[in-house]
Design a protein around this ligand. Structure first.
Ligand code: SF4
Ligand code: SF4
Length: 210
């Protein structure tokens, strides 16, 4: 099932994952709400900490199948939603002097799960180990200093639980984005970023009422 028998990891705080200019720090609606809550942000401030990474060309159906997070329709075309970057390509929330994340407790699931990625292997399985596959991401294999032979073996169950929560979150996010994209395609919504964020904030309001 998994490509490795055991997985080893202990973060060495090298910062490579947070400063990788070729990586988009993807966020789901839940990540956005968590960060908003932690920092007490209003809509304009949320907009400020996010970037909408526009596709240079329309992704093919094949491309879309490979995407972990679905692209959203915006006024400038399809885009991935991610955290803002500094001019050198680092994550906006990375503190270079302290070598740490400034929103560690509220960081996106994308960051929490690094250096691993997860997929449902058998959703009917009762045991997490049989249900979810875990593997090192390609980026982690390239530069993560925390996954060497000398690193401790991970608590696989703990990571698989995180993987499950993350996959469920991605699934909900997928449906929200599909709904938004359909509304835009049917011209029921103006495809601007503020409207997209308003929809996400409405989800929070509905949660609070229930
Ligand atoms: S949110 Fe934090 S952990 Fe995630 S990339 Fe940015 S600085 Fe790194
Ligand atoms: S690349 Fe690996 S070791 Fe370096 S900060 Fe990220 S998780 Fe930690």
């Amino acid at each position: 099932m998994s490509e490795e028998k055991e997985f080893r990891f202990k973060c060495k705080r090298c910062g490579s994952c947070c400063t990788d200019k070729n990586t988009i720090v993807n966020v789901t609606y839940n990540d956005i709400l968590r960060i908003k809550e932690a920092l007490g942000l209003n809509l304009d401030e949320i907009n400020f900490i996010l970037s909408f990474y526009i596709f240079e060309k329309e992704p093919t159906e094949e491309d879309k199948k490979k995407m972990v997070v679905s692209p959203v329709e915006t006024e400038r075309g399809k885009a991935f939603v991610g955290l803002k970057k500094t001019p050198d390509g680092s994550c906006y929330f990375y503190d270079k002097n302290q070598k740490k994340c400034r929103i560690y407790k509220a960081r996106p699931n994308f960051c929490r799960t690094f250096p691993f990625s997860f997929r449902i292997y058998d959703k009917t399985a009762k045991k997490l180990e049989k249900m979810i596959e875990i593997k090192y991401t390609e980026k982690a294999k390239q530069y993560c200093q925390g996954i060497g032979e000398e690193a401790p073996i991970i608590n696989k169950k703990k990571w698989l639980k995180l993987g499950k929560v993350t996959l469920e979150d991605l699934n909900k996010n997928y449906y929200i984005i599909q709904k938004w994209n359909k509304a835009v395609q049917n011209k029921e919504m103006e495809p601007n970023v503020s409207n997209f964020l308003r929809i996400i904030l409405n989800i929070e309001e509905k949660r609070e009422k229930n």
